[in-house]
Structures are given as structure tokens and as C-alpha cells.
Design a protein around this ligand. Structure first.
Ligand code: NAD
Length: 491
């Protein structure tokens, strides 16, 4: 572990105004490698002085950045993307150490999806324009609009995708001419620091993308600062409620990417192997720590037995082990706390009468491991079918017809995502039209290309990330009325 520690320990806990910053007066953050529980880096939560420095420097940088030609801004973002791709291997290893996710995943899903966002929004930066509306024909009055940045944006991240979350927020924000102060989750503080270094290397003004590490109180201090124009949070619903309420105090813009309890509906005409593959991806990728996971797997009655048998058989092939081994397919949970929370749900599932078909226990030894877990015979009222577990726990629920399953799929306070597997395309489109979810997949699950909007309805959030839709959430429109004649007045 010595070598990991030497390369992982950042030069400072924060990255502000183009440099690493340390203030040891802040509360300690012990960064542990989830596979072993060993401390690989020690950081300090931001003090008020650090927060002040970050906000003041970002405010300065925003003015400089917004004054650049949009095409020059786009070029910087695309350079960041190039560097992310060039260093994908090193960044993937860092992501694996930061999160415990298998290297097999991080090589394809993290720095690379961050790069996609930077390329997409870097390419779009120069095409952001306003509109013109004419009144009374040529030579008459008209209105033109100016698409302006919001100013200073705060991004707050969850632990599961530290690089991707930072890029999904920074890329559209910066493309629109904003600056960002980003606070990673306190359990994954490393990756965003590296991203901040890369922004400066790519030519971004110092301070444009600052990273402050810290606990929830640091997030709260950022959200309530009067200089902050927008807050984008990826996190749980309870945190979302607090951040949304705090931002309301200053009537600030928000994007809320929150939790879910999404349905994956499998009709008996679906391709069995594809449906099983999707259920595996929708529950066990990143050891189940994905907001959009399809954790309520509704299977039509005639399909329940073949689906369950095949799912259990294939899940037995999961390779739990060293996340840095390319053959490993299941890593540990992020922290022991999170594992205990998941184990508690497993116990509740059994107590409430669900059938534990696979997993549910922890392999011996250090690290925060838990086996992929499958429950059969789950009913809608059970706790494991209602609450977000955020771990590798899949519930199989049976259904008889489309109307019934649509109503049951929607009977949740969440609305992040949903999936439908069927050979009948008319039924698939009819169902997704009726499903209350921000993102739906037909005969797939959990693919989130940057070109497509991503976000939730109901308690799962407000706003959209990715795609052109994200631009609406990082810019505002000024309307300018231009008169060409005299001014009429009543007296
Ligand atoms: P969390 O809500 O505990 O923490 C999220 C972030 O908010 C952390 O950085 C935390 O320090 C910060 N925070 C906590 N209290 C705060 C406060 N009062 N003010 C400001 N910031 C505060 O979430 P988590 O446990 O890190 O992540 C798991 C959750 O995130 C799950 O619910 C999951 O579904 C959700 N998530 C959603 C998406 C999405 O895109 N919709 C993606 C990933 C994760």
C-alpha cells in the first residue's frame, strides 16, 4: 500500500486559483481504499478561509472566462477532454482507489464519460445564441435575446462517480461562461482534484474550476453564500431537500440529481438473455451504487421461473475481488457504513418474507465487500421494494398484465428511470409514455450517452444534465426591446 499512498496523497486538500491549497485546521478526512479499508490519503475539510478563497477566486475567473470568445472557451474544454483520454489508465486507477469500483468499469465509464461531456459541451459553446423577434414588419420594433451565463455555480457530488459527476456539471456550466466551485463527496475526495489540475493545464483561467473538499457543512456554506448563482447537487433526497431549501433563501437556480427506486419491467415475450443481462447491469454494476438502477424487477408471470433461474445462474459467475485486477467484476461497497445499511435491508427483506435466492452475506477479510444479492417473491409493500438501498440488492416482483404493472411501477415517490423489455414495440412505447420517470430504456438499461438528457421527476429531482437541455440550466435569457419609432404616452 506504500506505493499507492505515495502517488495518491494529493499535495493539498483543495485546488483553488490554479494551485493546491491546504489548511490543516479543517477536520480530518481519512480517504480509505474500500477494498482493504486502509487509509490511502489524509485530507482536511475546508475551513471558512478556504471556502472564501475558493468563492472569491471563482468569481474573478468567471469575469475573465465570460469575456473570452465562445470558440476559445470551447477549445479549452475540448483540450481537457483530450487530456482525460490520454491519461485514461492513470485516471481509471485513481477512480478505482477513490471508489473501489473495478478497473474493468473505470476504464470505460469514468474519465471517458467525463471526456464525452467536455467534448460535447466544448463543441456546443460557440453555437449558443439568442433569438430575434420582429414586430410590425421590416424596420419595425424588435426584440433580441442574449443568452448569458448565470455566474458562479456550485457543484456538489455523490461518491459513486466522482469524475463523471464533476465533468457532467462543469462541462455545461463552463461552456455557458460560468465558473464552478465543486465539492466532492467526503468519501471520494481525490478524483476532482486531478480534474482541477487538468483544467489549468488545458488553459482554463486559474480559479475557473476550484475544488474544495469537505463534509456536508462545507456544502451548506457554499450553497448559502450570496455570491453563488446556482447549485447543482447529485446526492440523496434528504440532502436534496436541505440544499433546495437553502438555495431558495436567495432564490437561486438549482439542479437536483437525486435518488431512485426505478422499475425494470420484463414481459414474457422479451429475449431472456438480454433481459437477464439488463437486470445484472441495472443492479450489480458499481456494486449497485447507481442512482438510476432498476432495483424493482417486475417479471411477467410465465417468465418468472426461467428468468430467475438464469439470473441466479449467471450472477454466480460474478467475480468478486481485487478491483485493480481486470478480471474482477464486483468491487466493494464504498464504506463500511454503506455496507451495514445494505445488510440491514437484507435482514429486513428476509423478516418481511422475501425469499433470499442468492448472496446477502459478506466475504471474510478486510474491505467493505458484500455479495450480489437476489430476492424473489418480493411484493410492493415490502421495505426493500419501497426504499432506495444503493447497494447490490435486486428484487424480483411478478405481474400479470400491462395495466397492472404500469400502475405498480409508478406507485413510488421516486421517478428517476425505468426500463421495459418486450418484443412488442407498440406496447413498449405505450408503456414508456405512461411511466413516471425522467429517463426510460426500451430493451436496454442504464445507458446514458451525453447526447441524451438525464434527470428525474417527482422526488428524484429537478433539471436535466447532459444534452442541449443542460444548457437551459446553466444560462439565462435577457430580453432586449429595441424601438424604431417615437414613444407613445397617454399624456
Ligand atoms: P448524500 O446526499 O449523502 O451526499 C451528497 C453530497 O452532498 C456530498 O458531497 C455531501 O457532503 C453533501 N452534503 C451533505 N449534506 C449537505 C448539506 N446540508 N448541504 C450541502 N451539501 C451537503 O449522497 P451520497 O450518499 O453521497 O450519494 C448517494 C445518493 O446520491 C443516492 O441517493 C443516489 O441515488 C444519489 N445519486 C443520484 C444521482 C443522479 O444523477 N440522480 C447520481 C448519483 C447518486
Amino acid at each position: 500500500m506504500d506505493t499507492i499512498q505515495q502517488t495518491i496523497q494529493p499535495q493539498g486538500s483543495h485546488f483553488i486559483d490554479g494551485a493546491h491549497v491546504e489548511d490543516k485546521a479543517g477536520r480530518e478526512i481519512l480517504c480509505r481504499y474500500a477494498a482493504t479499508g486502509e487509509v490511502v490519503a489524509t485530507l482536511h475539510s475546508a475551513t471558512p478561509a478556504v471556502i472564501e478563497q475558493a468563492l472569491a477566486s471563482a468569481k474573478r475567473a468567471q469575469a475573465e472566462w465570460a469575456a473570452l470568445p465562445p470558440v476559445a472557451r470551447g477549445r479549452v474544454l475540448r483540450r481537457v477532454a483530450d487530456i482525460l483520454r490520454d491519461r485514461n489508465e492513470a485516471l481509471s486507477q485513481l477512480e478505482t482507489i477513490d471508489t473501489g469500483k473495478p478497473i474493468q468499469e473505470t476504464r470505460v465509464a469514468d474519465a471517458s464519460s467525463g471526456a464525452d461531456a467536455l467534448e460535447f459541451f466544448g463543441g456546443i459553446a460557440a453555437s449558443l445564441t439568442g433569438e430575434t423577434m420582429h414586430f410590425g414588419g421590416a424596420g419595425g420594433d424588435f426584440v433580441y435575446t442574449i443568452r448569458e451565463p448565470l455566474g458562479l455555480c456550485v457543484g456538489i457530488g455523490a461518491w459513486n462517480y466522482p469524475t463523471q459527476i464533476a465533468c457532467w456539471k462543469a462541462a455545461p456550466a463552463l461552456a455557458c461562461g460560468n465558473a464552478m466551485v465543486f465539492k466532492p463527496s467526503e468519501v471520494t475526495p481525490l478524483c476532482a482534484l486531478k480534474l482541477a489540475e487538468i483544467f489549468v493545464e488545458a488553459g482554463a483561467p486559474k480559479g475557473l474550476f476550484n475544488v474544495v473538499n469537505g463534509y456536508g457543512d462545507v456544502g451548506a456554506a457554499l450553497v448559502t453564500d450570496a455570491r453563488v448563482d446556482k447549485v447543482s447537487l447529485t446526492g440523496s433526497v434528504p440532502t436534496g431537500r436541505k440544499v433546495y431549501a437553502a438555495a431558495a433563501g436567495n432564490i437561486r437556480h438549482v439542479t437536483m440529481e437525486l435518488g431512485g427506486k426505478s422499475p425494470l419491467v420484463i414481459f414474457d415475450d422479451a429475449d431472456l438473455e438480454n433481459a437477464v443481462s439488463a437486470a445484472i447491469n441495472a443492479n450489480f454494476y458499481s456494486t449497485g451504487q447507481i442512482c438510476s438502477n432498476g432495483t424493482r424487477v417486475f417479471v411477467q408471470e410465465a417468465m418468472v421461473k426461467p428468468f430467475t433461474d438464469r439470473l441466479v445462474e449467471r450472477t454466480r459467475n460474478a467475480r468478486i475481488g481485487d478491483p485493480l485486477d481486470p478480471e474482477t467484476t464486483i468491487g466493494p461497497m464504498i464504506t463500511d457504513d454503506q455496507r451495514q445499511k445494505v445488510l440491514n435491508y437484507v435482514r429486513i427483506g428476509q423478516q418481511e418474507g422475501a425469499q433470499l435466492l442468492l448472496g446477502g452475506t459478506c466475504p471474510d477479510g478486510p474491505g467493505y465487500w458484500i455479495e450480489p444479492t437476489i430476492f424473489g417473491g418480493v411484493t410492493d409493500g415490502m421495505t426493500i421494494a419501497r426504499e432506495e438501498i444503493f447497494g447490490p440488492v435486486l428484487s424480483i416482483l411478478s405481474f400479470s398484465d400491462e395495466a397492472e404493472v404500469t400502475a405498480r411501477a409508478n406507485a413510488t415517490e421516486f421517478g428517476l428511470a425505468a426500463g421495459v423489455f418486450t418484443a412488442d414495440m407498440k406496447r413498449a412505447h405505450r408503456m414508456v409514455a405512461a411511466l413516471e420517470a425522467g429517463t426510460c430504456w426500451i430493451n436496454e438499461y442504464n445507458l446514458t450517452p451525453v447526447e441524451a438528457p438525464f434527470g428525474g421527476v417527482k422526488l428524484s429531482g429537478v433539471g436535466r444534465e447532459n444534452s442541449r437541455a443542460a444548457l437551459e440550466h446553466y444560462s439565462q435569457v435577457k430580453s432586449v426591446y429595441v424601438a424604431t419609432g417615437d414613444v407613445e404616452a397617454p399624456f
